[in-house]
Design a protein around this ligand. Structure first.
Ligand SMILES: Nc1ncnc2c1ncn2[C@@H]1O[C@H](COP(=O)(O)OP(=O)(O)O)[C@@H](O)[C@H]1O
Ligand SMILES: [Mg+2]
Length: 261
């Protein structure tokens, strides 16, 4: 689906929710002209870092199952601000088996054209129909790993699945990035012979626990390294989707233009 961007983690806690939400929030604040839906296509109520999110895809399960979903209702239930909409996923972990990839596809068909950009938190569980449907439908998938050996091994184990499934995984993000980590970017790149077109890192922020307690994304803490890294991912998404660039970049370019004339 055009302009559906999926984030999928190699493991738990690599930061799939945090990064996808941060990217959605940053774009929505920077580009008021872009209507964004951030949605969890996995288990989770969407409230990890935003306790005001009140509805979830699971809440529409019967409508989805019976093919009577109403796009206006979805928009109304997920609206947070003029241009940011947020929806959780499957609240009850035990119910994840009640979802099939076709249900995600039907959901996406129903809301097609209502948003300029859909940012999906696709968790880390390939054994979830909702997730599989989103990964198969996305225009672009960013895989998220950390510098931990356990997360890299999980990624290694899943690589075969990623290859067999028709996942459009052009991007990889090394989250919780630390310059002094023994597993350097260079090492990771070589170990996996990475040839991703989009290779990003997101700095490990010291506000991790605070964000969990405050139920806010890490963007709220003025951590320049984190914010700049998220801005790079956001800018790349806008570019890939043909939605222009972040405003600051555009303004900078305009200024440069004027000084030339
Ligand atoms: N770049 C980062 N720097 C510091 N903490 C991070 C970063 N990304 C995520 N976190 C923290 O890591 C923990 C797990 O993040 P989360 O997004 O919930 O993981 P996942 O969705 O992959 O299970 C949270 O405490 C979150 O605040
Ligand atoms: Mg998560």
């Amino acid at each position: 689906m055009k302009n559906l961007i999926a984030f999928h983690g190699s493991d738990h806690k690599v930061g799939t929710t945090m990064i996808s939400q941060s990217v959605a929030e940053l774009i929505s604040k920077n580009r008021k002209d872009i209507k964004i839906l951030w949605v969890v296509f996995s288990t989770g109520d969407g409230k990890d870092y935003a306790n005001y999110v009140s509805q979830s895809v699971g809440g529409f399960r019967l409508q989805i199952h019976s093919h009577i979903l109403n796009d206006v209702e979805v928009m109304h239930a997920s609206k947070q601000s003029e241009n940011l909409y947020m929806l959780g996923g499957i609240k009850n972990y035990l119910e994840k088996r009640n979802y099939f990839p076709e249900m995600t596809k039907y959901f996406l068909d129903c809301i097609e054209g209502k948003f300029d950009l859909i940012i999906a938190d696709c968790g880390n569980d390939l054994d979830c129909g909702l997730t599989m449907g989103a990964l198969e439908s996305s225009e672009l998938t960013y895989l998220i790993v950390s510098q931990r050996e356990s997360s890299l091994r999980k990624y290694e184990m899943k690589l075969d699945f990623y290859k067999r499934l028709d996942i459009n995984d052009k991007g990889i993000i090394i989250n919780h990035f630390r310059e002094d980590d023994p597993l350097t970017l260079d090492y990771i790149g070589k170990r996996f012979a990475l040839s991703y077109e989009l290779f990003f890192r997101v700095q490990d922020s010291k506000f991790s626990r605070q964000a969990e307690t405050d139920k806010k994304s890490l963007l709220s803490y003025g951590d320049n390294s984190y914010n700049n890294d998220i801005a790079k991912v956001a800018a790349s998404i806008l570019k890939q989707c043909g939605l222009g660039c972040l405003k600051k970049d555009e303004e900078k370019r305009k200024k440069r233009w004027i000084s030339f004339i």
